[in-house]
Design a protein around this ligand. Structure first.
Ligand code: ZN
Length: 191
C-alpha cells in the first residue's frame, strides 16, 4: 500500500543525506499501470529505483552523490509491481484547494487571489461547494459583496468545478513539473 512505499528500507546504499541539500524536491510515483499513486521526495524515489522496485521515467536533472554512488534524482518513477491503491474520496472544499485549482489567480480580474468568493453569495442561498467558490482578490471580493453576478456584470474566468481525480498531485507541489502532466488523465488546468 502507500505506507509500504513511503517506508521502504534504504537498502544499504546510503549515507547520502549530507550531500542532498534540496529536501523539498518531489517526485511522482506511478503504479505499474502508470496511474499516479503518490508524491514522495526525489531522494525516496531514487531509493525505489536503486532497490529495483521502480524505474526512473523522467530524471530531474539533479544528481545524487554519495561516496559509492552517483545517480540522477528522478522526477517520475514507475513501480515494477502493482500496488492496490486506496480509493480517494472526493475532496472537501478547502481554501488551499480552491487556490490550487484557480492557480492563486482572482477569477474576476486575474490579480493575485487572497480571498475565497462565493459566486452566489451565501446570504442569497449559495452553497459552500466547489461549483460555487472561486479564488478572488480582495478588491473584487469586496466590490461584489452580496450581489449576484447578473447584478454587477462580473463573471469568473472559468466555470468553477470540483477538482479532477488527480488534483491531489497538483496540490502536493508548489509548482508541478511539466513532465508530470502526461500522467494525469483529465487534468486540464494550466500549469
Ligand atoms: Zn480581482
Amino acid at each position: 500500500m502507500i505506507e509500504a512505499i513511503t517506508h521502504l528500507p534504504f537498502c544499504g546504499h546510503g549515507p547520502w543525506a549530507a550531500n542532498y541539500g534540496r529536501g523539498m524536491a518531489r517526485a511522482l510515483v506511478l503504479n505499474a499501470t502508470y496511474e499516479p499513486l503518490s508524491v514522495v521526495s526525489q531522494r525516496r524515489a531514487a531509493v525505489l529505483v536503486l532497490c529495483d522496485r521502480a524505474d526512473s521515467i523522467h530524471g530531474s536533472g539533479e544528481m545524487l552523490r554519495s561516496a559509492s554512488i552517483e545517480v540522477e534524482l528522478p522526477s517520475v518513477v514507475r513501480l515494477r509491481y502493482y500496488v492496490k491503491a486506496p480509493a480517494r474520496r472526493a475532496s472537501a472544499v478547502t481554501r488551499r484547494g480552491v487556490f490550487a485549482r484557480d492557480r492563486f489567480q482572482c477569477q474576476y480580474c486575474g490579480a493575485r487571489a487572497e480571498n475565497i468568493d462565493h459566486v452566489r453569495p451565501r446570504s442569497r442561498g449559495g452553497n459552500h461547494i466547489w461549483e460555487n467558490v472561486v479564488a478572488a482578490c480582495r478588491r473584487c471580493n469586496s466590490h461584489k459583496r452580496d450581489r449576484l453576478l447578473s447584478e454587477i456584470h462580473m463573471r469568473p474566468a472559468r466555470v468553477p468545478r470540483a477538482p479532477g481525480r488527480f488534483a491531489w498531485v497538483r496540490q502536493a507541489v508548489p509548482t508541478m513539473p511539466e513532465c508530470w502532466r502526461a500522467y494525469l488523465p483529465g487534468d486540464s488546468a494550466p500549469v
